[in-house]
Design a binder for this molecule. Structure first.
Ligand code: CP
Length: 301
């Protein structure tokens, strides 16, 4: 692996290798990336992705240079993304980039001599490292990646994370996907066409209750205010699918609730105590996966 731009670039073997490495990294610190520098370029806000990549790099003995926003960089003077990457790639051994435009990570990769990792490109692009940690969470909690019924809920249109996981799930066997959303927030056709080509069974519904008891994984999403420009539309959509404790309690034994986070009310706080709730454990799994990604890309042994 050189650049990590989208989930389609993985096959089952490379995912297995990555996850096997992640399994070995629990509570580990080493010096395998001593002397390596990671540039974390975040043109959009982030808590988990930026800090987990930085923490992962530090735990592996590497160093980090970071940019918290486009406004604090020479983007604000009009510098192009391509020029910025040509410069920053001379300061760092790898670049993690989050950017507001779909395709920005691929543009960065096209001009970068050092590996580029996509940390989210545009609301309808991809967030491949999130999808990998989502799948790793499923594997750790359920013990398998095949034979799953996954219910994606809420904002499936303006949300790169469920898009990326749906693409990844196309690699696995006997996957059933249910997309639960308002008509305005349905999953886009590029993902659905891909699933058809991959032979993945999926359905779309507005009725969460009709599938809740059958789900192995409930993937809740945030109705992203920053991506829904019409405030009236946002207000209409945001309360449509709330996971309350009663909703969580109606899930079958062993089923899990995951969420890329942050949440803003779409999972009630008392769900956190439910055995189904694994979204904070998911954050810890994400650190392991990002350590494994950095070791794989930067050659740490
Ligand atoms: N899940 C996720 O990408 O979170 P951040 O936006 O905080 O990085």
């Amino acid at each position: 692996m050189h650049h990590l731009v989208e989930t389609q670039q993985f096959d089952r073997e490379s995912i297995n290798e990555l996850f096997a490495l992640a399994d070995t990294l629990e509570k580990k610190r080493d010096k395998s990336l001593d002397g390596k520098i990671l540039a974390a370029l975040f043109y959009e806000p982030s808590t988990r992705t930026r800090l987990s990549f930085e923490s992962a790099m530090l735990r592996l003995g590497g160093d980090v240079i970071t940019m918290e926003s486009g406004e604090s960089s020479s983007q604000s003077k009009g510098e192009s993304l391509e020029d910025a990457i040509k410069v920053i790639s001379q300061y760092a051994d790898a670049i993690v980039i989050r950017h507001f435009e779909v395709g920005s990570a691929a543009r960065a990769a096209a001009v970068s001599p050092v590996p580029v990792i996509n940390a989210g490109d545009g609301n309808m692009g991809q967030h491949p490292t999130q999808a990998l940690l989502d799948l790793y969470t499923i594997r750790r909690e359920l013990g398998r990646e095949d034979e799953l019924h996954i219910v994606f809920v809420g904002n499936l249109k303006y949300y790169r994370s469920p898009r990326s996981l749906a693409y990844l799930l196309g690699k696995y066997k006997n996957i059933r996907i249910t997309f639960v959303s308002a008509p305005e927030l349905q999953m886009e056709n590029d993902v659905k066409n891909y699933l058809v080509r991959q032979g993945v069974v999926f359905e779309e519904t507005e009725d969460l209750g009709s599938v809740l008891e059958e789900a192995d994984v409930l993937y809740q999403t945030r109705i992203a205010k920053e991506w829904i420009k019409d405030n009236a539309e946002y207000e209409k959509l945001k309360g449509r699918y709330i996971i309350t404790r009663a909703v969580a309690d109606s899930m079958k034994k062993g089923a899990i609730i995951i969420h890329p986070l942050p949440r803003v009310g779409e999972i009630a706080e008392d769900v956190d105590e439910s055995a189904h709730a694994v979204y904070f454990k998911q954050v810890g799994y994400g650190l392991l996966v990002r350590m494994a990604i950095l070791k794989t890309i930067l050659g740490g042994t």
